[in-house]
Design a protein around this ligand. Sequence first.
Ligand SMILES: [Zn+2]
Length: 94
Amino acid sequence: MSVEPGRIQAPDGTFKRLLWAQMIASKQTVSTYTVVFIDGDSADLELTEAQAEGFECLTCKAECGTGLGAFQPAGRINGFSSVFRCVACSGGDV
Ligand SMILES: [Zn+2]
């Protein structure tokens, strides 16, 4: 019976989720951002830092997921970042 070579411990998923949750929690400061949507319209929106940095859906604040929770680009905050909506909020089909 062979000895299994020493494996690099995979990052602990629970720990990573905890770090992620802490990161999101630290980005809940609401400010007004000028969002330029992909259709060219722009609007001043009150967004959390997490939304403005593309970590949360622009509309429902859900984090990026799969299926209806998957993110689609919604627009840009000039000189800052891209913003996203989940498929459900975009009214799109999966
Ligand atoms: Zn959404």
